[in-house]
Write a protein that binds this ligand. Structure first.
Ligand SMILES: *[C@@H]1O[C@H](CO)[C@@H](O)[C@H](O)[C@H]1NC(C)=O
Ligand SMILES: *[C@@H]1O[C@H](CO)[C@@H](O)[C@H](O)[C@H]1NC(C)=O
Ligand SMILES: *[C@@H]1O[C@H](CO)[C@@H](O)[C@H](O)[C@H]1NC(C)=O
Ligand SMILES: *[C@@H]1O[C@H](CO)[C@@H](O)[C@H](O)[C@H]1NC(C)=O
Ligand SMILES: *[C@@H]1O[C@H](CO)[C@@H](O)[C@H](O)[C@H]1NC(C)=O
Ligand SMILES: *[C@@H]1O[C@H](CO)[C@@H](O)[C@H](O)[C@H]1NC(C)=O
Ligand SMILES: *[C@@H]1O[C@H](CO)[C@@H](O)[C@H](O)[C@H]1NC(C)=O
Ligand SMILES: *[C@@H]1O[C@H](CO)[C@@H](O)[C@H](O)[C@H]1NC(C)=O
Ligand SMILES: *[C@@H]1O[C@H](CO)[C@@H](O)[C@H](O)[C@H]1NC(C)=O
Ligand SMILES: *[C@@H]1O[C@H](CO)[C@@H](O)[C@H](O)[C@H]1NC(C)=O
Ligand SMILES: *[C@@H]1O[C@H](CO)[C@@H](O)[C@H](O)[C@H]1NC(C)=O
Ligand SMILES: *[C@@H]1O[C@H](CO)[C@@H](O)[C@H](O)[C@H]1NC(C)=O
Length: 396
């Protein structure tokens, strides 16, 4: 699933209407200028370069670590290599969908993105078919279906289906979106023709050297990482609490949430939570979300987004209890950007967003949620694990 932060900028007219000054996305950066913070990398990680559509002589071997770079703390991207010789692309890794797409040479609306020319890869094969991949936020991509070898965290995945997009809706073309394409980490049933999700493809390929059929996310404002083939024990502490993926046909990483508490009071019990790295916010039934912001003097900006006085938002303790484990949202994670009203009140753009398409029993636990806990996606046992962030890295 994809709910991207372009919406943040779409809110600016709404703020003008409320006579509130324009928000400062954090960290403040010059408008229109996107800089990917090239943080210092650990020795041995081979993924330091920005995908530039150029061939490199060898794949980015990193033994399972994909460094993620955050973009205005609302979206995290990293690199994969594609084809022979390998070409590096900047990718949004999305647990809420299953297809891999890259912009093709004929793509529209993708200015600023690196396009893939399958003819430059000796292992690329055209299936002769076209397909479309549509996302829950209404965005979609269409194009030819190819297969090629790709490298995910250094692991080679043979014969991976790649949608080479020629039609690319504007939301994906958002000029300063740092990602070229998207790699779905959902189950095969969420991919092109329900068969070919990259990570599951890798798990199936004997001789890949993958230690475990597991990947894990650590999302923060620095040092973020997607680990392929296991967990990174430096990033979490204590036991892992696992929740089985629900549903007869597994598509995405949906688990049962025991309870949601607000300031230690139970608001909701026994509902479904979709752990979705491809969505920025926590998204929930708009009626519920609206009531929450009303209780803290919040204001709707339309489209499900709300602002609230930061001091009041900061007092709210929102916790999800999953398999008995309490996961509490930090104020820092709930604040997607601050700005001052003319009367001096400091407002925060809330990380919990209303969605008119969701019933009360389905929550999308996006990046705002994932920043608060180490998340482990176990493809072998179809379960999601949650562990406390290591205090040494807990810099939220
Ligand atoms: C990756 O693993 C291989 C085999 O275990 C090892 O030889 C190599 O040094 C490792 N590379 C890095 C960058 O850690
Ligand atoms: C490939 O790299 C060279 C040198 O870094 C650069 O001048 C060129 O524009 C790059 N090509 C593409 C397609 O990005
Ligand atoms: C796929 O799309 C291309 C471009 O629109 C078109 O030329 C081609 O005929 C299509 N192929 C199939 C099998 O539909
Ligand atoms: C590649 O995958 C497709 C389906 O995704 C399958 O039909 C084909 O046989 C595979 N080819 C090889 C060489 O594994
Ligand atoms: C560009 O985006 C618009 C709006 O989403 C869409 O209608 C159009 O098909 C896109 N054009 C191309 C060439 O992808
Ligand atoms: C998907 O499967 C159907 C039925 O087997 C087939 O006709 C179609 O060509 C497939 N599409 C792609 C993109 O592989
Ligand atoms: C993995 O292998 C099993 C058994 O051969 C097969 O049924 C399944 O479709 C494969 N899945 C993928 C994603 O290749
Ligand atoms: C982790 O689990 C073990 C075995 O179930 C238990 O003995 C231990 O107390 C747990 N540790 C923590 C920190 O919860
Ligand atoms: C919720 O309960 C915990 C433990 O009893 C307590 O430390 C915390 O202050 C409470 N939070 C609120 C907002 O009441
Ligand atoms: C905030 O909301 C509370 C409860 O709805 C209300 O009592 C209070 O007057 C409001 N404060 C401001 C500054 O609007
Ligand atoms: C400050 O201004 C905002 C927006 O103009 C308004 O909604 C809010 O009630 C004001 N707060 C106070 C304390 O006057
Ligand atoms: C909220 O959830 C209720 C019950 O599931 C549903 O009837 C309603 O349409 C939803 N409304 C909005 C605005 O999200």
């Amino acid at each position: 699933m994809m709910f991207k932060s372009a919406a943040f900028f779409a809110l600016i007219p709404a703020l003008t209407a409320l006579a509130l000054p324009h928000p400062q996305p954090k960290p403040a950066r010059a408008p229109g200028h996107i800089s990917i913070p090239l943080r210092k990398r650990e020795v041995g990680s081979g993924l330091g370069r920005r995908g530039n559509g150029n061939s490199s002589s060898s794949p980015s071997i990193s033994n399972g670590t994909i460094d993620l770079f955050d973009w205005q703390e609302t979206r995290w991207v990293g690199y994969i290599d594609v084809g022979t010789p390998p070409t590096t692309f900047t990718i949004n890794f999305d647990t809420g969908s299953g297809t891999l797409f890259l912009p093709g040479l004929d793509c529209g609306n993708c200015t600023g993105h690196h396009q893939w020319d399958p003819k430059t890869s000796s292992t690329a094969k055209n299936t002769g078919k076209n397909t479309t991949s549509a996302y829950a936020d209404g965005s979609q991509v269409s194009g030819a279906v190819w297969t090629d070898d790709i490298y995910l965290g250094g692991y080679k995945i043979q014969n991976q289906t790649i949608l080479v997009a020629d039609t690319y809706t504007e939301d994906f073309g958002f000029a300063s979106d740092p990602s070229d394409g998207l790699l779905g980490l959902g189950f095969p049933a969420s991919s092109v023709n329900y068969t070919d999700s990259a990570f599951f493809n890798l798990v199936n390929q004997s001789g890949s050297g993958l230690p475990e059929p597991v990947f894990a996310f650590y999302l923060s404002n620095q040092g973020s990482e997607l680990t392929i083939g296991g967990t990174n024990k430096d990033l979490y502490t204590g036991n892992i609490t696992y929740a089985p993926v629900t549903g007869a046909v597994k598509q995405i990483w949906e688990v049962e949430v025991d309870k949601l508490t607000l300031n230690n009071q139970t608001i909701l019990s026994n509902f479904s939570g979709i752990v979705d790295s491809g969505t920025t916010a926590i998204r929930a039934n708009e009626t519920l979300v609206s009531a929450f912001y009303q209780s803290i003097n919040g204001t709707s900006l339309g489209g499900g987004s709300f602002v609230a006085p930061c001091d009041q938002l900061a007092e709210q303790q929102i916790s999800f209890i999953i398999q008995g484990k309490e996961i509490t949202m930090s104020f820092e994670s709930l604040n997607l950007g601050t700005f001052s009203a003319p009367n001096g009140t400091l407002y925060c753009l809330g990380g919990v967003v209303g969605d008119a398409g969701l019933d009360v029993d389905t929550w999308i636990l996006g990046d705002v949620f994932m920043k608060n806990v180490y998340t482990i996606f176990d493809a072998g046992k179809a379960r999601v694990g949650f562990a406390d962030l290591a205090t040494s890295v807990d810099s939220l």
